[in-house]
Write a protein that binds this ligand. Structure first.
Ligand code: ATP
Ligand code: MG
Length: 759
């Protein structure tokens, strides 16, 4: 019988074809974004099936998300219409879960075991800490969960944790806690997320015959986004590949060291180097032609990433003759104007025939999503949020809203039930049941029944005093609600209720994000004068049909955008402190910033036709305006592919070749303020808050925009200059848009050029 045709090879370039046809033996495809790595993997599977080298069920393909696996399946069906058996496809975790269910008894589980979510896990750890009399204020459950996660990512069982690691928590009692925790999971017939891999590894190590079964089964293994695998995942892979001598293992991994963005979760870029060592003779394929993006986008991404040290080094080029649109960089007044601008552009592209599906907004942190969501709801633009709930559906936001609802409407029992023990107040089910029973019996709301009960002896003294204090707090907040602006009220409630303390005690990665979301909530309330008005607005926003529209703009974090592509990509919030994140800037060493830069690279390379970057010049933080500085990464983009627009600066913007800013009058800063609506509101707010005096916010008014068009500065060393805050001085040194100035009074300081005028 003749071998079936291999039409699927027709569209591939020679290197890609090489990688597809080299089915036998280890293969490492190391290549930049958009060079067809994922396409190679998909075609390789199609080829194996088409050539009948294996049944579907003898192929294991590991993808970054389960959704990516689904798409790969669809594509394979298009390439090879008829084949037997579906390949095993999914994430490391989903494939591990499938394996574990088949051999559950061998790792002391029943096949029906549950996979704990974070909340369950935290509750369990809290019980353990309490049983051990460990002070939960000093050693938090979340902190412990974080350590567990780190260790599990490294593939450590309780016995493997080195003493030096374990001594940090609860005075060295940790190794036992880890063992206790695992034992407790077993009695619950449960595993946590990290266990899926770890228990699988244990299974493979302790049960050679089971491992041998999988060696026989998986004739071909493939891994996408290999640069983000962690040690446990690497061990897992290596065990599965050991059925043959290392140099004959049919394992193909594809990755890009420049897109490694999960270091904070234990990913090891070194796994790429390790691969060549552990699988000697591996065929290394480099793909250099990018099929996704325009030349301008590629140039921007390559120039940016070149600022990182210690790269494995790759080149990228495109054969497309046209450079494409420039990368736009727009400075706007604030994040509201940013959302408005993006909304306008999206509508414009839509009118030109671009489907919403082809556009995405990629943010650094999830708190940035709120402004876009609200804007799109106002515009009636369909959108979807990937990788997390919509802003107002997040847990911490719902908690905060519950407090506010209860302040505004004391009869809101659902709100009461939500927050009665959040943060923990030591109220057990029996207390809550008593409140509920009384409320029902007396036919009053819960807050009212609580008010009644705290005056009696029905409750135990401790619970009584806790509840009495809570009722008093609500009375106080209701009173304050009459006079305080809502955004201040919510901040006070979150502080006084202990909610913020609860988040501060929480050392997990999410807690920072939760705090940022709450700050964003408070910011979003600034435009409302009354609590009632705000809650009305929220109920309208939240009431929208959340059914997924078929054509919708995507909003997601840069992290979850890996592997995806869109015609138009919006990258908002490129300001120091937002992107790169404050945390990465505070860190000593370059690792944090380099990971942020890789995120920037991932973001830019998601774009096919256009990339639109923006930065707000001002952020509201606790009701005060603070000026923000454009991301340092902007300085690292090649000026010749950058098109800079300034929509936000108050006056005297630099003229970028006759851009919008040139019409501002430099002579009189206070008369010719560029009045954007955001600016008008800011001014109005400022006036009411500061008693109508002169505008005292420094920086914004006189800020010129940063000179981005050319990296050269408008200043020269030894220029005499004036800075609004530090006064007169002399330029000592110039680095891009940063000046080192020796001020007459303030000493030597490094300042941004945009805040300096020739003096
Ligand atoms: P990333 O690093 O972002 O995951 P990647 O290397 O996996 O990117 P793919 O997503 O596989 O790249 O491919 C990028 C785009 O280029 C896709 O739209 C793909 O269909 C297209 N493509 C890949 N190879 C070719 C080719 N030989 N001819 C035409 N288009 C191609
Ligand atoms: Mg890919």
């Amino acid at each position: 019988q003749q071998a079936p045709a291999m039409d699927y090879l027709a569209g591939l370039n020679p290197e890609q074809r090489d990688a597809v046809l080299a089915t036998e033996g280890p293969v490492l495809v190391l290549a930049g974004a958009g060079t067809g790595k994922t396409r190679v993997l998909t075609t390789r599977i199609a080829h194996i099936l088409n050539q009948r080298l294996a049944w579907g069920s003898q192929i294991l393909a590991v993808t970054f998300t389960n959704k990516a696996a689904g798409e790969m399946k669809k594509r394979i069906h298009e390439l090879v219409p008829n084949f037997d058996g579906m390949p095993w496809m999914g994430t490391f975790h989903s494939v591990s879960a499938r394996i574990l269910r088949q051999h559950a008894e061998l790792v002391d589980l029943k096949p029906s075991f549950t996979i704990l979510d974070t909340d369950d896990q935290i509750r369990l750890i809290k019980q353990l800490l309490a049983a051990e009399n460990i002070d939960e204020k000093r050693w938090t459950a979340r902190g412990f969960a974080g350590l567990l996660d780190t260790w599990k990512n490294r593939g450590w069982l309780p016995k493997d944790v080195p003493a030096s690691e374990s001594s940090v928590f609860a005075n060295g009692r940790l190794p036992n806690l880890y063992a206790d925790y695992q034992a407790r999971l077993k009695t619950l017939n449960a595993v946590d997320f990290g266990d899926l891999l770890l228990e699988c590894i244990r299974l493979f190590r302790e049960q050679p015959d089971v491992l041998a079964e999988y060696h026989k089964r998986f004739k071909y293994m493939l891994v996408d986004e290999y640069q983000d695998s962690n040690t446990a995942q690497y061990l897992w892979l290596r065990l599965l590949a050991q059925g043959r001598p290392a140099n004959e293992a049919n394992i193909c991994v594809v990755g890009d060291d420049d897109q490694s963005i999960y270091g904070w979760r234990g990913a090891e870029v070194d796994n790429i180097l390790r691969f060549e060592k552990d699988f000697p003779g591996a065929k290394v394929v480099k793909l250099e032609r990018n099929y996704r993006s325009t030349a301008n986008i590629l140039k921007a991404a390559s120039t940016l990433i070149a600022f990182n040290e210690g790269r494995l080094g790759k080149t990228l080029h495109t054969d497309v003759a046209e450079a494409g649109e420039p990368i736009s960089f727009t400075q706007v007044y604030d994040s509201e104007e940013e959302a408005r601008t993006v909304g306008e552009e999206i509508e414009q592209f839509q009118r030109l025939g671009e489907p919403l599906n082809s556009m995405a907004i990629l943010v650094r942190a999830s708190f940035q999503m709120r402004e876009f969501e609200e804007r799109f709801i106002t515009l009636g633009l369909n959108y979807r949020v990937i990788g997390g709930p919509r802003f107002y559906e997040r847990k911490e936001i719902r908690d905060a809203l519950a407090y506010l609802r209860l302040v505004a409407q004391p009869f809101d029992d659902l709100a009461f039930e939500r927050i009665i023990n959040v943060p923990k107040r030591g109220l057990g089910d029996s207390t809550v049941n008593m409140l509920t029973a009384t409320a029902r019996h007396q036919n009053v709301p819960l807050l009212q029944s609580t008010r009644m009960l705290v005056e009696t002896e029905d409750l135990k003294p401790k619970q009584r005093s806790v509840l009495r204090a809570l009722v008093a707090q609500f009375d106080d907040w209701s009173y304050r609600a009459e006079s305080l602006p809502p955004y201040q009220l919510v901040e006070q409630i979150l502080e006084e209720s202990g909610y913020m303390d609860m988040l501060s005690a929480d050392k997990s990665a999410e807690s920072e994000g939760r705090k940022e979301n709450l700050k964003e909530l408070s910011r979003s309330m600034e435009e409302f004068e009354t609590l009632g008005g705000f809650l009305e607005h929220i109920s309208l926003v939240m009431d929208r049909d959340s059914a997924e529209a078929s054509d919708a703009v995507t909003i997601m974090t840069l992290h979850s955008a890996k592997g995806l592509e869109y015609n138009t990509v919006f990258l908002p919030g490129w300001e120091d402190g937002t992107f790169p994140s404050q945390r990465s800037m505070d860190e000593s060493g370059r690792a944090g910033l380099e990971e942020e830069r890789r995120l920037g690279y991932v973001g830019i390379t998601r774009g096919r036709k256009r990339v639109r970057i923006s930065a707000a010049q001002n952020r509201r933080i606790h009701g005060l305006w603070q000026s923000a500085i454009p991301s340092r990464f902007i300085d690292e983009l090649p000026p010749d592919v950058l098109d800079v627009t300034d929509r936000g600066s108050a006056y005297g913007g630099y003229s970028y070749g006759g851009g919008a800013s040139s019409r501002f009058n430099k002579a009189d800063p206070f008369e010719s303020v560029y009045e954007t609506p955001g600016w008008q509101r800011a001014r109005a707010q400022q006036a009411t808050r500061k008693g109508g005096g002169p505008l005292t916010i420094e920086g914004e008014l006189v800020a010129r925009s940063v000179d981005l068009g050319s990296q050269s500065s408008g200043f020269e060393v030894s220029d005499r200059v004036f800075h609004l805050k530090f006064g007169y001085g002399e330029v000592m040194n110039i680095e891009g848009n940063k000046l080192t100035i020796e001020f007459d009074k303030a000493g030597t300081k490094k300042v941004l050029e945009s805040f300096v005028t020739k003096g």
